[in-house]
Design a protein around this ligand. Structure first.
Ligand SMILES: *[C@@H]1O[C@H](CO)[C@@H](O)[C@H](O)[C@H]1NC(C)=O
Ligand SMILES: *[C@@H]1O[C@H](CO)[C@@H](O)[C@H](O)[C@H]1NC(C)=O
Ligand SMILES: *[C@@H]1O[C@H](CO)[C@@H](O)[C@H](O)[C@H]1NC(C)=O
Ligand SMILES: *[C@@H]1O[C@H](CO)[C@@H](O)[C@H](O)[C@H]1NC(C)=O
Ligand SMILES: *[C@@H]1O[C@H](CO)[C@@H](O)[C@H](O)[C@H]1NC(C)=O
Length: 365
């Protein structure tokens, strides 16, 4: 009798709790919260960081016609007519919203800790890998300083969730980084006479390596990294070419930056256990759009839609009626459409565009 009752209660125990565990598992599958995404870099990814900094006006984008195709035509600080590349990538990955700028969260102490669990964007227009890149703009947030801000976010998460859960969560998080163009622009402006390019590139790569290592030490494992686009083809740089063609010197630097970054990431992933990455070849993707513009419905690949090659977009500047027919939104930045094309290649592209795996694979593994 006693034995029977024992068996029955074991049965009931297993039935109840076994089922409950299974239901919990099933719920997790259907409503698994995606791990937070952390975003670093320059104006290609900035979603409003520079609005909070005392930087020069021409590396801000919180005034019309910026954002004209964003919901409510809101000039959020994105260097685009609408969504930028960071927004487009996270949307393709299934996130409901793009992580907000760190500074837009930091003063809301009550919601800060909850919101950082949904990801944070630290990217700052005009910044670079090297600390003094963009210093002519006064006070942009360099990649190094962005990582210092991430350190504070990291300790906040650790306070909230404990060190172990934090480590697990961050190991699943994507760390998206798009940086390097401004270092090359500054090299062309200030250092080209005094430092050789190989020497400068080596300095850039060793600093980049230190920054990535800092993120790894804080728990980052999955890196989604984007190379430098053909910056010599942006309207501003084309003015350095008398024929109006792309400024080849800048493009050559962009290509060698990609090659060096690929070697660096390969090496680091061999040395650092658990580190995986995707490296997007934004140079190649953009060149294809330039060479095959009509296949993408793009009528103008040389001139910006808003402003011109030497005038930043603002509400007194000229504005093209159909933004989707332009590659460039302003003197240096792509249109929302061009960002979308890049994000699609990063998300689902083959190794020609993103190596050794695409971003959707990186998010899954
Ligand atoms: C946050 O609040 C402090 C104190 O009120 C203020 O000085 C600072 O400018 C604010 N920072 C941002 C980014 O809004
Ligand atoms: C440069 O930044 C400092 C603070 O870091 C600020 O006091 C100054 O007004 C800024 N200058 C310009 C021209 O924006
Ligand atoms: C200018 O553009 C042309 C192509 O249109 C190219 O052949 C030439 O090398 C470029 N010159 C410079 C200085 O970049
Ligand atoms: C646009 O033009 C008006 C009138 O000339 C001027 O008051 C205003 O400051 C200009 N705005 C910008 C952003 O240049
Ligand atoms: C991403 O890469 C994988 C293989 O690496 C491939 O099977 C897949 O089709 C690519 N695109 C997407 C959206 O997953």
């Amino acid at each position: 009798m006693a034995a029977k009752r024992f068996n029955a209660s074991v049965f009931i125990f297993v039935f109840l709790f076994g089922t409950q565990a299974a239901i919990l598992e099933a719920l997790k599958l259907f409503d698994a919260p995606l791990a937070p995404v952390f975003i670093f870099g320059d104006s290609t990814f900035d979603v409003g960081t520079n609005n909070f900094l005392l930087v020069r006006q021409d590396i801000k984008a919180n005034f019309p016609y910026y954002g004209i195709d964003y919901p409510y035509a809101d000039p959020t600080g994105r260097f685009s007519n609408g969504y930028n590349t960071a927004d487009q990538i996270v949307r393709l990955l299934g996130y409901r919203r793009s992580p907000p700028a760190f500074f837009s969260l930091v003063n809301h102490t009550s919601s800060f800790k909850k919101k950082i669990l949904q990801g944070v964007n630290f990217a700052s227009g005009g910044s670079g890998i090297l600390d003094n890149t963009g210093s002519e703009f006064n006070n942009t947030m360099s990649l190094g300083n962005q990582i210092k801000l991430f350190e504070t976010v990291h300790s906040n998460i650790a306070e909230l969730r404990g060190p172990e859960e934090t480590a697990t969560m961050l190991s699943k998080s994507l760390f998206l980084i798009s940086v390097g163009s401004n270092d090359i622009f500054d090299y062309l402006r200030y250092n080209i006479g005094s430092t050789s390019w190989p020497e400068f590139l080596t300095a850039m790569q060793s600093t980049y390596s230190n920054h990535l290592k800092s993120l790894y030490d804080l728990g980052a494992r999955k890196f989604g990294i984007i190379g430098v686009p053909p910056i010599g083809c942006c309207p501003l740089q084309r003015t350095a070419n008398a024929t109006g063609g792309c400024f080849e010197v800048a493009n050559e630097f962009a290509r060698s930056f990609y090659i060096a970054t690929e070697a660096l990431l390969k090496q680091m992933s061999l040395e650092l256990p658990g580190m995986i990455y995707s490296l997007g070849n934004l140079y190649e993707m953009t060149m294809i759009v330039i060479e095959e513009q009509y296949a993408f419905g793009i009528k103008n690949i040389e001139k910006p839609c808003c402003g011109d090659a030497l005038v930043q977009c603002n509400q007194n500047a000229s504005l093209c009626p159909n933004r989707d027919e332009y590659l460039f939104w302003d003197w240096v930045h792509p249109t929302q459409l061009a960002s979308k094309l890049a994000a699609l290649s990063l998300y689902g592209g083959s190794t020609r565009f993103v190596t050794p795996m695409n971003f959707s694979r990186l998010a899954e593994v």
